[in-house]
Design a protein around this ligand. Structure first.
Ligand code: NAD
Length: 298
């Protein structure tokens, strides 16, 4: 299946990165967001990030200009997707919202167009079931920051056609990424393995076994992880971690995925990590300050 024109739905953190890599690799990209200010900000972010690549010598000034010329922005979903061979949805992680968007995409996209979702945890099979083309719906899970991270986790829904998977695998390689194909079960692979590790780190803190710094240092130096699990949770957002753990817990009905009460409390208290300036570390001063480790010291 030939893919030349891509539409990306949602111009947030992930949407702007996804639009960036497609535009940089010669695809014609339409970026769609219901929020015009967000759309404008995303185009500015892409321009800034492309300029950084030019400064580093990774791109020429001409390649940057060509990437920007490949990109257009749109606030109307139907108008934005009608020419697309592939739509990559990267809107807010909310099941009802994604189901509504996929009904709209199915109605507006041309027959044969592939509809992909960048969801971190919502069932691809469930999303596909609200469309009349479940065999053309697939998960295309990029990692943050998209221009830097090599992995694309590709998720086959129950009905995804082999030809569609092959197209998305080939396309990911064209973007210089490494695709890995998995089946559609809660958390897929990336979050099914990552989130229980983060949850176990929070439990270790909650039970007073060690402080934030000790837990993160052990995992960094002992396991060669670039970042400790608690710092990583702060970067992902504690609300996002909680919601993915709930998907695992509810999806498998297994208490081993039950979110730690400390994580639940921190989310209720609005301590969501980097985005609110405080989680397991405090970020307001620009330096990491141990917050919870003080509270849990014996
Ligand atoms: P975000 O909040 O930064 O951006 C979401 C964007 O979607 C916003 O700009 C919002 O205006 C837009 N939006 C909402 N409703 C819309 C609609 N009806 N039509 C068009 N746009 C709409 O979110 P994000 O972090 O970029 O996450 C997007 C998706 O990517 C989610 O499914 C998330 O699970 C997934 N994801 C996120 C990360 C991450 O690290 N942030 C990593 C992998 C996957």
């Amino acid at each position: 299946m030939s893919v030349e024109r891509i539409t990306v739905i949602g111009a947030g953190t992930m949407g702007n990165g996804i639009a960036h890599v497609f535009a940089q690799n010669g695809f014609s990209v339409t970026l769609v967001d219901v929020n015009a200010a967000q759309l404008e900000k995303a185009v500015q972010t892409i321009e800034k990030n492309l300029e950084r690549q030019v400064t580093k010598g990774a791109l020429t000034a001409e390649q940057k200009q060509q990437a920007l010329a490949n990109l257009s922005a749109q606030t109307d979903i139907a108008a934005g997707v009608k020419e697309a061979d592939l739509v990559v949805e990267a809107a807010t992680e909310n099941t009802d919202l994604k189901l509504t968007i996929f009904k709209q995409l199915d109605a507006a996209a041309k027959p044969g167009a592939i509809l992909a979702s960048n969801t971190s945890s919502i069932s691809i099979t469930k999303i596909a079931a609200v469309t009349k083309r479940p065999d053309h719906v697939i998960g295309m899970h990029f990692m943050n920051p998209v221009p830097v991270m090599k992995l694309v986790e590709i998720i086959n829904g129950y009905a995804t056609k082999a030809e569609v998977t092959e197209t998305i695998v080939a396309l990911s390689k064209q973007l210089g990424k490494v695709p890995c194909v998995v089946n559609d079960y809660p958390g897929f692979i990336a979050n099914r393995i990552l989130m229980p590790m983060i949850n176990e780190a929070v439990y270790s803190l909650y039970e007073g076994i060690a402080g934030v710094e000790e837990i993160d240092t052990i995992m960094k130096l002992g396991m060669a992880h670039p970042m400790g699990p608690l710092q990583l949770a702060d970067f992902i957002g504690l609300d996002v971690c909680l919601s993915i753990l709930n998907v695992l817990y509810n999806g498998f009905g297994n208490t081993k995925y039950a979110p730690c009460p400390l994580l639940v409390n921190m989310v209720m208290a609005g301590k969501l990590g980097v985005k609110t300036g405080e989680g397991f570390y405090r970020y307001t001063t620009g330096s990491k300050e141990m917050m919870v480790s003080e509270r849990f010291k014996k």
